[in-house]
Design a protein around this ligand. Structure first.
Ligand code: TRP
Length: 458
């Protein structure tokens, strides 16, 4: 088989399998850890409203565009742009994505590593009423050896799943575990909203106060939407490249978007009532907010100590798995690229790229107390993990999505894209709306967001 040729490529077993895998990529720490953290910092309910608008008018059209590029070319992001725009520099957008995936993985697995540590804490009965959750968080994230160790373990697990390939690895796992995660979130949400004092949290989360909305809040909402939906760096191009020509892209994109948004909203419904009921401040907690707030909810579930033990273990096992189905997509982008374009074996590609992510991730692992100058970088004031997140988890995704929208809307063109959507049954529901959004609203909004970010930073 020639390098880069799509023959003999694995495909998803079915449309449902694809939707679950893509939803597995989208649903992860970004929903359960990132969304409440961002909403807490950006005013709560008003952020939620802006977030939902951003998902519908910016995120969803970009999601569909990435899936179209992927299925059309059946290639990795670099190969896809090379095929659709030969002898041009567009392939660099794909290259940015490959790089971005490895760099996002570098800090993503640090946070996911904390969830592994929390599983052990839960199993050994740490979630009881007298728990000091801030001290618990510090013991996990604040010293070098455990932080790096858990980060390494999580990367190793990610490689192990990716080595299984598309059907046997990624697909098999997500199919079972995503529904279980959802059920547990429903249970925890019921528990959270019935806590004494939950009302203040519900008000904060659901009663918008738009007076607090600044340009910065909008920028954060757009960034959060891209991260949460796995957009802007070719993950959905890659996953789309394994979609069969018989499947329907529009409804797939809608399902993935809906599932991702639902889970983020549920996470907010769990975190904010708990946070206010236990007296935390939504605005001051750093990257560990969820890791500090949630254990107090879990510890409150009767009877002691079994409630905390059972629900604590269940929750962090599932959060770890949600993180895993996302981290494999981050690695898969680079692996698909290396296999298609450089002729690396799957194994060699996965191990090489994961090793890079591990090494680059070490400063992020040390950035929550273990090393003071990484915890608050001189002159910047941020911790290293948050800095990496801001550059690669927000900024680079917005740049990537801007290029993707211009590419599909103007360069390759909406006619070609529409033809690919219609390849299965001749239909393109909401095709005109999509074309308008991807040509006009998305690029203009993203350009505005970028200009604003640059102005705010310098
Ligand atoms: N969306 C995932 C989450 O919410 C993280 C993720 C996986 C991601 N793949 C991505 C983010 C690609 C950006 C781009 O946790």
């Amino acid at each position: 088989m020639a390098v880069g040729s799509p023959e003999n490529r694995d495909t998803w077993g079915s449309k449902v399998a694809f939707i679950l895998a893509a939803a597995g990529s989208a649903i992860g720490l970004g929903n359960i850890w990132g969304f409440p953290t961002q909403a807490g910092r950006n005013g709560g309910a008003a952020f939620l409203v802006i977030y939902l608008i951003a998902v519908a008018v910016i995120g969803a059209p970009v999601m569909l565009s990435e899936l179209i590029i992927g299925r059309k070319t059946q290639r990795n992001p670099v190969g896809a742009f090379k095929q659709l725009a030969p002898r041009s520099a567009w392939y660099m957008v794909g290259g940015l994505g490959v790089l971005g995936g490895v760099l996002i993985l570098s800090f993503y697995s640090v946070i996911a590593g904390w969830t592994l540590a929390y599983i052990i804490k839960a199993v050994t009965g740490a979630f009881r009423s007298e728990i000091d959750t801030a001290a618990l968080y510090n013991s996990v994230s604040g010293s070098a050896v455990p932080a790096i160790g858990w980060h390494l373990l999580f990367i190793v697990i990610t490689v192990w799943v990716v080595l299984g390939g598309i059907r046997q690895g990624i697909e098999r796992w997500t199919k079972i575990l995503m529904p279980v995660l959802f059920a547990l979130l429903v249970l925890l949400a019921i528990r959270a909203v019935t806590l004494p004092g939950a009302g203040t949290g519900l008000d904060f989360y659901l009663k918008p106060d738009f007076s607090a909305v600044t340009a910065g809040v909008v920028v954060n909402a757009v960034g959060q939407a891209f991260f949460s939906m796995s957009l802007g760096m070719g993950a959905m191009i890659t996953y789309g490249s394994y979609v069969s020509k018989k499947d329907d892209l529009v409804s797939s994109a809608a399902w993935v978007t809906g599932a991702d948004t639902l889970i983020a909203m549920m996470a907010g419904l769990i975190i904010f009532p708990t946070l206010f009921a236990s007296g935390f401040d939504p605005n001051v907690e750093g990257p560990g907010m969820v890791f500090v707030v949630l254990p107090s909810l879990l510890a409150s579930i009767p009877p002691e100590p079994y409630g905390g033990l059972i629900f604590g273990t269940g929750f962090f096992v599932l959060l770890g798995i949600a993180g895993l189905t996302s981290s494999i997509s981050l690695l898969e982008v680079g692996v698909t690229w290396a296999v298609d374009e450089t002729g690396f074996s799957r194994k060699k590609a996965a191990i090489t790229l994961a090793s890079i992510a591990f090494i680059v991730g070490i400063p992020s692992a040390l950035a929550n107390g273990a090393v003071p100058w990484l915890t608050s970088i001189p002159g910047i004031g941020m911790d290293f993990l948050t800095l990496m997140f801001t550059i690669f988890g927000v900024f680079a995704l917005i740049v990537g999505a801007l290029f993707i929208s211009v590419f599909v809307g103007w360069y390759w063109g909406i006619e070609n894209a529409g033809e690919e959507v219609r390849a299965n049954d001749g239909k393109f529901p909401l095709g005109r709306t999509w074309a308008f959004l991807i040509r006009w609203l998305v690029p203009i909004a993203l350009a505005g967001v970028l200009i604003n970010t640059v102005l705010q930073t310098f």
